[in-house]
Design a binder for this molecule. Structure first.
Ligand code: SF4
Length: 256
């Protein structure tokens, strides 16, 4: 892993999903094979493969402290094109220090991660008036997880982290996207630990090679996605969990 410290020009960026996004890092050690954020390589001039470099915006908290005074209050997505709790966060604590500033100003926050390191900050998260923490959990099968998300926390750790957060009264959600094979048991495992679930297909094509090399091409088919997504949706709804539609959910049904 090539880690570089960099000086960023800004950190509180406009987002198409929420009002703003904060990305304290460029690159992501979780190295998910389907990662849509891999396009960042082009913008940053990196020749390394996605997952093999991380640029650390060492001035992110100082920048945020200034930018938050100038911008209109809005919901902040932490992060968007990197995982805020990837390995380098342990050393650099940029996410933690940015959250401290958001807390001081009580801006609403949505954290999305695949790392149980978020529990390190739980005492701070409890002090927000408006916060939610989501875990991306696209499979329940560790073998599949290792193939597609080699640098991320094991599934059981993520589910445990959701449980701890939920028990503390912090709103939680699970993002089952991109829906991967091996979801058996997810409904039972997650139902008491999340407030809502998002199911979607997203970017299978980025991981074409993994599907081909592991005889998993059937799991890229629209029929696999539609059937599994519908089963999960019905199962979560039976357990009283809200299922929020992603882009592949149109007119009340999953398509593609
Ligand atoms: S955790 Fe998110 S940003 Fe990081 S590699 Fe995986 S999909 Fe990409």
């Amino acid at each position: 892993m090539i880690v570089r410290e960099i000086i960023a020009k800004s950190v509180l960026a406009k987002s198409q999903i929420y009002d703003y996004a904060i990305n304290p890092y460029v690159g992501c050690s979780h190295s998910c094979r389907y990662c849509y954020a891999a396009f960042m390589r082009r913008f940053t001039g990196h020749k390394e493969k996605w997952g093999e470099f991380v640029d650390v915006k060492i001035n992110a908290p100082e920048l945020l402290a200034k930018e938050i005074k100038r911008k209109r209050r809005g919901r902040v997505w932490v992060s968007g094109v990197c995982d805020p709790y990837q390995a380098e966060e342990k050393k650099y604590t940029l996410t933690r220090r940015c959250l401290e500033i958001l807390l001081e100003n009580q801006w609403p926050v949505t954290i999305q991660t695949k790392s149980s390191m978020v529990l390190r900050d739980i005492e701070m998260l409890e002090q927000f008036k408006d916060i939610e923490v989501g875990f991306s959990i696209a499979t329940a099968d560790e073998k599949i997880r290792k193939l597609f998300e080699p640098g991320s926390s094991p599934i059981k750790e993520r589910i445990h982290a959701l449980d701890v957060l939920h028990q503390k009264g912090i709103p939680t959600f699970a993002m089952i996207a991109p829906l991967l094979p091996g979801t058996d048991g997810l409904i039972e495992e997650l139902s008491g630990k999340v407030d809502h679930v998002l199911i979607d297909r997203l970017n299978y094509f980025y991981a074409n090679r993994i599907y081909t090399e592991n005889d998993l091409e059937w799991a890229k088919e629209g029929s696999f996605f539609i059937q599994t997504a519908e089963e999960l949706k019905k199962g979560f709804e039976r357990k009283g969990r809200e299922v929020r539609p992603g882009p592949a959910f149109r007119g009340g049904v999953y398509e593609r």
